[in-house]
Each structure stands twice: as C-alpha cells, then as structure tokens.
Design a protein around this ligand. Structure first.
Ligand code: HEM
Length: 449
C-alpha cells in the first residue's frame, strides 16, 4: 500500500500517474484524478471525507447554508430545502425563467433591428450575469422579487469585500473587527441583507396564518417544508436566511457561466447551432410561441450540448474534501487532516474513460443519456455526485434550456473576432475578457413564422 504520509514527510511531490501529493509548507494535499477514488470520496456518508473549512470571510458572507453544513445539521437542512427543487415545482417556475430571458432578448432584438444588417455585438457574459440574478430573485422570492434583487446586489458587494479581505487584511488577527471603511460598509450591508430577508419572511409567515399560504417560490416552498407536519419548525429563521443567501451564491454565477460557455461552443460550431435551432422550432414552436416546461423536456440535443459544455467548460473545475480520520483510499493510506483535491476539468478529459476524442466537442457522446456517455456511468462530475451533489441541477438545466431556446429562435450567432480565448478559474470558470458574440436577427421564415 502506498503511503501519503511518507511522501509528505520528505516534502517531495509523491507521484503515481493520476494521483499525487502536493506539499506546501506543513500541509499536504492529495490530488486525486482517478474515478474509483473520486467515487469513494464523494459518495461517503460516514463523515470520513468532509467539506473543507470555507474560512471566516466566506462563512460570514453565507452563514451555515446547505453548502457548508455537515452531519445531522446538513440532513435537516437538506430535508427542508429539497422539496423546493422537485421537478413539478420547478416546472411551475419555467414561466418566470422564460419571462426574464425574454426581456433580455427583446433588448438585443431592438439593438439588432436598429443596427446595419440586423447585426449587433453583445458581451453575453455580463448579460447572463444580470439574467441569472433576475431569475433567482424571481424564482426565490416571487412577488417579493424587488427585495430579493436588493439582497442580491448587497450580497454581490459583500462577496467582493470578502474575497478582497481573504487576500489581505483578514490574515491579520482581529482586523475583521476594526472599524475600517470596508468593515463599516460590510456591517451595513450585512444588516441590510438580514433585515430585508427577515421582513420578507415575516410577511410570508403572516400570509400563511391568514390561510394565503407561503407562496410557490423557493422561499415559500422552503417555509412550507420547514413548518413540518406537527407544526414544529425544523430550521430556525437565521438558518432560513442562510439558505436564501446560499441560493444566490451557489445558483447564480454557475448558471451564468454555463450559458456563456454554451454560447461559445455553439458560436464556434455552427452546424450544432443549426441542429439545435431546428429542434427548438420543432418542439417549442415559432419565435412567438410561449416556452413550456414540457416542450423543454423534449429538447434532447440542447440537453446533449449543455452536458458537453459542462464536461469541457464546467463552471466548477475543482472540488475538495478533507479526511477527518486516517483512511485507506483504494490502496493509498491517507492520514487524518489531508486535503483531497478533485480536478473535474482533468477527469472530464480522461481518454481512458471518455475515449480518444475526450478533448473534442462531441455532444453525440450523450445521445443515450448522461450515464452512457463514458466508460464510467458517473463520469460527468459537473454537479458532483453522491449525497452532496448539486440540489439545483434541474433548476440550472431548465433555466439554461429556456434561455438557449429563446435565443436560438431569434438569432444566428458567432463568436466575435475580438474574443480572446482565456478561460480563468475564479471560483468558477469564466472567460477572462468576457465573451463578445455577434448576433444576427433571423428573418421571419427562419424563425418559423
Ligand atoms: C450550472 C450550474 C451549477 C453547477 C455547475 C453547480 C455545481 C455544484 C457542485 C459541483 C456542487 C457540489 C459541491 C461539493 O460537492 O462540494 C453543488 C452543490 C450545491 N448547489 Fe449547485 N451548481 C449549479 C447550480 C445551482 C443552482 C441553480 C442552485 C440553487 C438555486 C445550486 C445550489 C446548490 C446547493 C445548495 C449545493 C449544496 C448541496 C449540498 O451540499 O447538499 N446550484 N453545485
């Protein structure tokens, strides 16, 4: 049996093909790019491989939402949040998703219609960031959407402050508590987020008492599940607030970048773009027809392209865990406390599992479904696997499908010549200099009208 400890002691990089040790000072991490090991780590339910401590700045930003809780607490949170993401509930949110996307697309259309040749260049990365923020504000908070958007904007600013502090002053003990300009701003924003969310929640609780119900948005569904059958609340109001913050954090940038990379791949593969357009016109109707959840579920080729986008340019490129006790991982001894790094981007290009064309864009590999696309049925890791896999994956796929369907019915597009291909990983994978796309209005016949 190989010993990670031996490698760590010598401070050397211990190497065995897809598995090696990275040593930095007194800490060693095991880099794991083998599917059998990854499955053992991610499917663990005993607490042996736990989440990595996010650090005080991120915790202050998000609180203990679903992403960071462990053990009993996690199971309790997941029980409350899970019903909100059931497919029948998500289907009811499709209208809100499509309405948000339609608003953005109408603005593109107006710009293209008044431009020479019906063509306009749009930086779609920024546009999708706005769009996904709107979608999560509407679907999480329904009629309280305006307050939701305010919370979102405050959270976004807090995120910038948190990341800036990680790289400088937060390393000086106690600096988080000093009344610096940035800390005062942070405290003000934190109060605003809490007060706004508390007011929305109080409104909902009052409405439920008046028999108006909690509402069919994510917050309402969560509050309903939280009430429990015997009326005993499973989660405190502070925990509900942390979950609301988590929706924004976990669900916004990820989906925005998925859309951006899908546009990049379709913009550079016109034959696939046309195939998808034909499928959308066939299943969803012409450019004026409303988009329904049932029609979206028929979009097989759009789904294949989204999976292939997740494989090649998945927004989450790396996952991490830590061993909470000495462990034996597929023949490797892992001492307690070792960090485990799981490089999705590398695993998604493993030729032994994905085939010789692993580096190529080939959505056809998903034609028989996601579990038959590679030699290993769990090879697509973009939403993770096991008990901690993404609770919002159906939500994200539905939102991405609705948005792409609306775009494909109205525009033909290509990547603008000034685009610089520089994928960069800032927590999520994004094009460093954005993604300018040239959109060309389709004529009525091409839109199926
Ligand atoms: C393309 C879009 C998305 C991607 C690629 C993505 C990816 C992931 C991944 C990889 C994890 C697992 C993290 C880990 O194992 O440590 C995760 C967890 C999670 N995601 Fe997503 N996500 C996406 C969209 C969303 C959306 C739209 C929401 C909610 C609105 C969401 C909410 C969550 C939550 C709450 C968790 C924690 C689940 C748990 O630990 O029980 N995600 N996501």
């Amino acid at each position: 049996m190989s010993s990670l400890a031996a490698g760590a002691r010598s401070s050397a990089v211990w190497c065995s093909g897809k598995v090696f040790v990275l040593s930095s000072g007194s800490t060693s991490s095991l880099f794991v790019a083998r599917f059998d090991m990854v499955k053992r780590i991610l499917s663990d339910r005993t607490g042996l491989y736990a989440k990595v401590d996010p650090g005080p700045a991120i915790l202050a930003l998000l609180g203990m939402g679903l992403v960071f809780t462990e053990g009993e607490d996690w199971a309790r949170h997941r029980r409350v949040v899970h019903p909100a993401f059931a497919m029948d509930k998500l289907k009811m949110m499709t209208g809100a998703m499509a309405a948000c996307a339609a608003e953005v697309i109408r603005a593109w259309e107006a710009r293209a219609a008044s431009a020479a040749g019906g063509e306009v260049t749009v930086e779609v990365g920024e546009q999708f960031a706005e769009l996904t923020a709107d979608v999560i504000s509407h679907t999480a908070f329904g009629s309280s959407y305006r307050q939701g958007k305010e919370v979102f904007l405050a959270q976004r600013e807090l995120q910038v402050i948190a990341f800036t502090s990680i790289y400088n002053r937060s390393r000086v003990p106690g600096m988080r508590y000093a009344p610096t300009e940035s800390n005062r701003r942070r405290w003000k924003l934190e109060r605003k987020v809490r007060d706004t969310l508390m007011a929305v929640i109080d409104e909902r609780l009052a409405a439920a008492k008046d028999a108006a119900g909690y509402g069919s948005d994510l917050l309402g569904l969560m509050l309903e599940a939280n009430a429990g059958e015997d009326g005993k609340r499973l989660m405190s109001m502070d925990e509900i607030i942390d979950e609301c913050k988590t929706f924004f954090f976990a669900g916004h940038e990820t989906t925005s970048h998925l859309l951006t990379w899908a546009m990049f791949l379709l913009g550079t593969h016109p034959e696939w773009q046309q195939r998808l357009r034909e499928e959308v016109l066939r299943e969803c109707g012409d450019a004026e027809a409303p988009i329904s959840a049932d029609a979206l579920s028929q979009l097989k080729q759009v789904t294949m392209v989204l999976y292939e986008t997740l494989r090649l340019y998945g927004p989450v490129t790396l996952n991490a865990r830590r061993a909470t006790a000495d462990a034996e991982l597929c023949g490797v001894k892992v001492p307690k406390g070792t960090g485990l790094l799981i490089p999705y981007a590398i695993l998604h290009r493993d030729e032994e599992v994905w085939g010789a064309d692993a580096g190529e864009f080939n959505p056809l590999r998903f034609r028989d479904g996601v579990r038959r696309a590679a030699a290993d049925p769990s090879a697509l890791l973009s939403f993770s696997i096991g008990p901690r896999s993404c609770i919002g994956q159906d939500f994200a796929m539905l939102e991405a499908k609705a948005t792409l369907a609306l775009i494909l019915r109205r525009f033909a597009f290509e990547v603008a010549p000034e685009y610089v291909h520089a994928p960069a990983d800032f927590l999520t994978l994004q094009p460093l200099q954005g993604l300018p796309i040239v959109l060309k209005l389709l004529d009525p016949q091409e839109r199926g009208i």
